[in-house]
Design a protein around this ligand. Structure first.
Ligand SMILES: CC(C)(COP(=O)(O)OP(=O)(O)OC[C@H]1O[C@@H](n2cnc3c(N)ncnc32)[C@H](O)[C@@H]1OP(=O)(O)O)[C@@H](O)C(=O)NCCC(=O)NCCS
Length: 140
């Protein structure tokens, strides 16, 4: 999906577009509690948005500690490489800001998606928001 535009988002200005994607994917599709979905990291994190023909279709965020999270692609745009492109751009951004390694809490079903991008699992499975997760990390 090379015709997508991926850029750094502004939490205040782009909140509605980030909200549209994350509410669709995490709150409605995955039944994550909104009180957990929106946390105290949002304002300080760097957010990313992917657009197709001007419409937001994917998002993700990077915290100052190098934690990548809230990776979400709208269902009809999955399995076309968009999530991988978004993840790569987030990692490039992290490297450019001086981070030497990034990590994330992967939903277990998505661990191969992250492994394809060079992340390796560390430690065992645990639960977050009622969903099985595993910690994964990547050197930049
Ligand atoms: C996880 C998620 C972000 C991946 O996004 P995506 O755009 O589907 O990712 P990609 O298309 O880059 O890659 C996904 C898979 O499709 C495969 N793929 C990539 N391009 C493909 C194509 N053109 N045709 C078929 N398959 C393709 C990849 O190899 C990968 O395979 P695997 O993970 O099964 O081994 C997306 O599925 C999603 O939003 N899921 C719901 C929210 C979620 O669980 N987020 C993760 C929280 S940790």
């Amino acid at each position: 999906m090379d015709n997508s535009e991926i850029r750094v988002a502004d939490w205040d200005r782009d909140l509605e577009q980030i909200r549209l994607v994350r509410e669709t994917v995490f709150i409605r599709e995955q039944r994550v509690d909104p009180a957990i979905e929106w946390d105290d990291q949002e304002a300080a994190a760097t957010h990313f948005l992917a657009f197709l023909e001007g419409e937001p279709v994917a998002t993700g965020r990077l915290t100052q500690t190098g934690k990548i999270g809230r990776m979400a692609v709208l269902p009809r745009y999955r399995k076309q490489g968009l999530g991988s492109r978004l993840l790569e751009i987030i990692c490039e951004h992290a490297r450019a800001t001086g981070l030497q390694h990034v990590f994330l809490h992967a939903q277990c079903h998505a661990r191969h998606f992250y492994a394809n991008a060079g992340f390796r699992a560390v430690g065992g499975e645990f639960e977050e928001a009622g969903i099985p997760h595993i910690k994964m990390e990547r050197e930049l």
